[in-house]
Design a protein around this ligand. Sequence first.
Ligand code: UDP
Length: 230
Amino acid sequence: MVYEGKTKIVEIKDGYAYLHFKDDITAGDGEKHDVMSGKGSMCAEITARLMRALKDRGIDNQFVEFTAPNVIKAIPLKMYPLEVVVRFKKAGSFIRRYGGVEGEEFAEPLVEFFVKDDERHDPMVCKKHLPILGIASLDDAEEMERQAKEIALALRDIFKEMGYDLWDMKFEFGKAEDGKILLGDEISPDTLRLRRSGEIFDKDVYRRNLGDPMAKYKEVLEQCRKHITL
Ligand code: UDP
């Protein structure tokens, strides 16, 4: 069985899921699209190392093994069609929706749910909508929220050790065969905002046409290699 998305191909084989990261980069619900050589392998390896670092801190997730250049072997999950966003600082759609100053810190981490639906521009949902929409039970939504906060705090520490400031990020969760909810998918400069003294190391470089995003992704990968052993 094979599923293809905008940036990944997922193959289910021998009881595992194999995530093949593609060189495609997209923004604006797929309206902006390019292919950048090496992008898939960099995001796969960054994801693998960060998932490894989370596991080392006792935070379970889908990751099993990284196969260079661009494949992650993972526990198969039934994914929720959701994006769970955690924000430490104001940016992006939060500011478009509510206003405010970019980089302003929240008093505590903010968790938001969005339904994955490009046609409707990934609408934000209140967790109480999730059972009504048939997406997740309230208990499952609360478990995702709890894990998302815990993972975000761990990632903020991990990136701090590398000299980066983590502003916000997106997670995707799924349910394993044993019923456990686990973090899946990707954690990379495509899915988080990473800054260092005003310099941008994430997909905003692409979204806002600020130069070569791959040079920035490469630096993040090098830092991950330095700080996290696979
Ligand atoms: N994000 C993502 N995929 C999406 C939407 C957002 O990975 O489809 C990430 C994004 O990179 C950022 C965080 O989630 O790190 C919050 O994104 P936001 O809601 O501010 O939307 P954006 O301005 O990125 O469209």
